[in-house]
Design a protein around this ligand. Structure first.
Ligand SMILES: NC(=O)c1ccc[n+]([C@@H]2O[C@H](COP(=O)([O-])OP(=O)(O)OC[C@H]3O[C@@H](n4cnc5c(N)ncnc54)[C@H](O)[C@@H]3O)[C@@H](O)[C@H]2O)c1
Length: 299
């Protein structure tokens, strides 16, 4: 593979087997980084790694649940042992822990499990990685502004609230606070820390759910709500992560970058007016989000 913007750098991508993280691992490797994928799904991680190697990239996989402190420490040790340094940490893994429901519905144990996965894991990852990134320093011949990069994956759900998603909304909002805190603390040593807030991204898993729903007009309604009139792809997020990790992005830190086709800047009352005719004309609309009883106004 020819030299890219990230040649000589080592990146950890949590949840890098598939979906958004899978795309991020492929992009960082394509840009020249040595990538360590950390995931609970060994088989799918290995398949993504094969794909990366076939394209000329350098990658290895580690099986582990990043909610565990010992896994966070072990992934950093493994990256340093295998590649001699650590430069980039992308914290993307999430498995849906915590479930859905309002404050009254959810059980305290689910709240704790959800926030452990959404927030604690990212704190533990940063805690383990930052000393190793600092110790690695900037690659030879590169300026001190290139010591390191952390990118945390939040969500449009971290910027706006959806009823019935208590754990996810609070967790993804906390990811933004964590990102900003790390940014002010580690900017002085040359580590930038940013968050990305994806809109709806058609991962392998979500593509299957849409296909199972089989309601093309409902899918089209979902796309129409986006100013760009489409849902996102893992590559849309991956290229944004690669940009934030590149040398040119050294003056960008503590930001939340929405990568959402304009979804979160759109005035919703106009959107409803724009789409109401489509809804009236297509009374059988369904999306895979449809759950009996969900969405019924409380008042
Ligand atoms: N897909 C979307 O529309 C969307 C939108 C906004 C934000 N996000 C966020 O993007 C991230 C990735 O989502 P996705 O849709 O690509 O998910 P996905 O389910 O397609 O992939 C997640 C990957 O993470 C792994 N994983 C899950 N929990 C883990 C853990 N504790 N330790 C290690 N690996 C673990 C899974 O095995 C899987 O390979 C998540 O943080 C999610 O909240 C997704």
């Amino acid at each position: 593979m020819s030299a890219g913007k990230l040649t000589g750098k080592t990146a950890i991508v949590t949840g890098g087997a598939q979906g958004i993280g899978g795309g991020i691992a492929r992009q960082l490797a394509a840009d020249g980084a040595q990538v360590l994928i950390v995931d609970i799904n060994e088989e799918v991680a290995n398949a993504n790694a094969e794909h990366i190697r076939a394209a000329g990239g350098t990658v290895s996989c580690m099986l582990g649940d990043v909610v565990q402190e010992e896994v966070a420490n072990a992934m950093v040790a493994r990256a340093v042992e295998e590649y001699g340094r650590l430069d980039i940490l992308v914290q993307n893994a999430f498995s849906g822990a915590g479930g859905r429901g309002s404050a009254v519905d959810i059980e305290p144990a689910d709240w704790r499990a959800g926030l452990a996965s959404l927030v604690d894991a990212l704190y533990l990852g940063a805690r383990a990685a930052i000393p190793a990134i600092e110790a690695s320093g900037a690659p030879v011949g590169r300026p001190a502004t290139e010591v390191g990069r952390i990118v945390n994956i939040s969500s449009a759900h971290g910027l706006m609230q959806a009823a019935g998603w208590m754990v996810y909304e609070v967790g993804k909002t906390a990811v933004i606070g964590l990102t900003r805190q790390l940014a002010v603390e580690y900017g002085p040593v040359g580590i930038t820390v940013n968050a990305i807030a994806p809109g709806h991204i058609l991962t392998e898993n979500l593509e299957k759910l849409w296909a199972a729903e089989g309601n093309d007009k409902g899918r089209r309604l979902f796309e129409l709500q986006y100013p760009v009139r489409r849902m996102g792809k893992p590559e849309d997020i991956a290229t944004a992560v690669a940009f934030l990790c590149a040398p040119e992005a050294s003056f960008i830190t503590g930001v939340v970058l929405p990568v959402d086709g304009g979804h979160t800047i759109q005035l919703q009352e106009n959107l409803v007016m724009d789409l109401k005719d489509y809804i009236v004309e297509n009374p059988d609309l369904r999306t895979y989000f449809d759950v009996p009883g969900a969405g019924v106004p409380r008042h």
